[in-house]
Each structure stands twice: as C-alpha cells, then as structure tokens.
Design a protein around this ligand. Structure first.
Ligand code: ADP
Ligand code: MG
Length: 256
C-alpha cells in the first residue's frame, strides 16, 4: 500500500485555478521531490496535504485512510510531520529544550504522560541532536544559531514527532548551495535509517537529482510529469516548461 495517495485534487483562489486535478503517490521509504517553477501550485498542494487547505475536489489518503479535509492537528496526529518554524517558537530556549518540548508533547499525546517540561527526555533529545550533528550545540540558545544550524534543528524537531511521512516545503530556502546539498543529504540518510517517506520541494536541480528517488513536476497548476530523476531529467516537456531554453542540465537553479 502506498503511504500517500493523492487523487485528482484541485484548489481555486477567487477563480484562479492554483491546482488542477493533481494525482500522485508517495511510496513507503520514498524520498520524492515536487518541483516546478514559481507559482506552479506546489505550496498549495502541500497545504492540501497537511490540512491547511481543504481541496475543492479529489481526495487524499494516508496509509489507506481518507484524510481529505481533516484539520492540521488531526493529520499531524496520524503521523504526517512537517518542519517546524523555529522563529515562531522559543528562540530563547536552548537547542536541547526545543527538542525536549516536542518529545514532551508527543509523549503526552501518545501516553497521557505528564512531566515537568524541561526535565524529561534529555537522552532522547540528545540522540536526535547527534543524528543531525547538533549535539555540540545542545546548550546554546536557538536565537544565536547560524541559519543552517537552525534548519538542522528543525529537522531534529520534525523527526522527534516520529512521523511516517515528512512534508518539507522549501526546507533549504535561503541556504547556500553547499548547505542545501548537505541538509538534503542528511535528510535522505536519516529517512532511510528511520524508514519514513518524504515529500519535499527544492529549487536546486543538483540537489533534487542527487537526493530524490522519485520526482513529480508541476506547471501552472497541473502535474506534467512523474518518474525517476533520470526520466525527469530527459523529459522534453519538463525541459521545455521549466526553462524554455533546454538548458535544464546546465542550470543549477530552478524557479526563483
Ligand atoms: P508554488 O509554491 O509552486 O510557487 P503556490 O501554490 O504558492 O505556488 O501558488 C500557486 C498560485 O496560487 C499562484 O498564482 C499564487 O499566487 C496563488 N495563490 C497561492 N496561495 C493563494 C492564496 N492564499 N490566495 C490567493 N492566491 C493564492
Ligand atoms: Mg511554494
């Protein structure tokens, strides 16, 4: 059974068809990239999968269960994770405390356990921080971290929720090319180890082709191609829609 089955979803904003009849599947353990030029409808798709937006048509199934129109917290409880926005949480808290906070709320949700907020789950938090290479910064306040380190912490916090599917809309936005590649390489390794699935968007073709094992392509609200990175790289329609110049392979940046 596929992890996520997206069937014919559409969304309009004031008459503008942002997403039109999009269908695709994410398989177990798959690291799938959703790519396309700016305005293609990628974020609108993500928001229909995570519950922020209700699709006008179609359905979304997660492990065979219909989650269409469920709220973000219902979908999150079923095991669909997202990267946190640290800026919106507690910048004065330490790196470790931020992960502990997620573990605390997860355990309360799963088991009804209550524990004083900052005393529990330190070992589990440190294991996650070690996995993302942030253990040496565990006692630092989040607000002093470098941008790339914030992104690694966000990944640790998303994984702390033990998702079965991770949705990452532009996880490397604002990062330098080398950092992007490192973050997605790290994500790819961890998701393989933990056996979860990922759907992510990414502007750099180099990063997509290096780390995705499947790719779906959107343009003007529609899905125009899906396949392996090799198939997508050679797809003439994708090359045409993407850059209009056939310069797909030489470009290291898509969209913006
Ligand atoms: P992408 O993430 O691929 O860049 P989006 O899904 O953000 O594309 O946007 C797709 C289209 O929908 C764009 O034309 C955008 O302006 C429009 N759009 C997205 N969200 C809204 C909204 N909340 N209200 C009105 N129009 C929106
Ligand atoms: Mg977007």
């Amino acid at each position: 059974m596929s992890t996520l089955t997206v069937n014919d979803i559409s969304k309009s904003f004031y008459g503008l068809k942002a997403v039109r009849g999009v269908s695709f599947e994410v398989g177990p353990g798959q690291m799938m990239a959703l790519i396309g030029p700016n305005g293609a409808g990628k974020s609108t798709c993500f928001n229909m999968l995570n519950g922020q937006l209700r699709p006008d048509t179609g359905s979304v199934h997660f492990h065979g269960q219909d989650i269409t129109g469920d709220t973000p917290s219902q979908i999150w409880r079923r095991g669909v994770g997202r990267t946190f926005q640290i800026a919106q949480t507690f910048g004065s808290m330490t790196v470790r405390e931020n992960v502990q906070m997620v573990l605390h709320s997860l355990n309360r949700r799963l088991w009804g356990l209550w524990s004083p907020l900052m005393s529990g789950y330190a070992a589990e938090a440190d294991a996650l921080l070690e996995a993302v290479g942030m253990l040496d910064q565990a006692d630092r306040a989040c607000c002093v971290l470098a941008y790339g380190d914030v992104k690694r912490l966000e990944l640790a916090m998303a994984l702390a929720n033990r998702p079965r599917l991770l949705l990452m809309d532009e996880p490397t936005a604002g990062m330098a090319p080398k950092e992007r590649n490192e973050l997605m390489g790290l994500t790819a390794r961890l998701v393989k180890e933990m056996g979860l699935s990922v759907l992510f968007t990414e502007h750099s073709v180099d990063v997509v082709f290096e780390h995705a094992d499947a790719v779906v392509v959107m343009s003007r609200g529609e899905l125009i191609a899906s396949g392996s990175p090799e198939e997508i790289r050679e797809n003439p329609l994708v090359q045409e829609v993407y850059l209009g110049t056939g310069a797909f392979l030489e470009s290291s940046d898509m969209g913006q």
